[in-house]
Design a protein around this ligand. Sequence first.
Ligand SMILES: [Mg+2]
Length: 196
Amino acid sequence: MVNAIARDEKFGKKIGFDLDGVIVDHTKAKISFLKDHGFVLSEKEVQGDIIEKLIPEEVGHAMKQFLYDDSHGSLLSPLTYGAEEVLHEVHESHVPYFLISRRKNPEAAIKLLKARGIWPMYFNESNTFFVLSKEDKNMKAKELEISHYIDDEPSVLDKLIDIEHRFLFDPRGAFTLLQEYRRIESWPEFTKVVLV
Ligand SMILES: [Mg+2]
């Protein structure tokens, strides 16, 4: 254990997680909301950076309000498959880790994480940060000296210019043609690539 800590400090590895689409999976809630509003989209089509091109802006706003602010909607989504296990492993590894989210309503986000059993066990006030823009995310990640960041939106990774290792979480294979970032299709894959 001591050796593991010394090794991690030596290499200065610090992991940053995005929340929506990475720790929390809104795929089913998005599909169902959109169906109720007259749009039939697939699992791949409702992923961030893709969905915006397929639905009117006002529908996108209404969907986000439902997912992030509505007292019922904001508590619907499950954790992504394997998220709890990877958080456990990262926690046990003693590699410092953080959550940086652009949620505008942190209270609703924290309420969901509490309901899913990962707040305050894995994420809490000491390692969770809410920022406004994609650029702010880069600033915060740089300030925290994060070395590895995982996000589900290529447009966010594009802004994380000060992070050495950027990973695209893509469990539904929505970005198979994308070359810019290392795609991660499952949490066990992330563990294998980052925690070694
Ligand atoms: Mg996201």
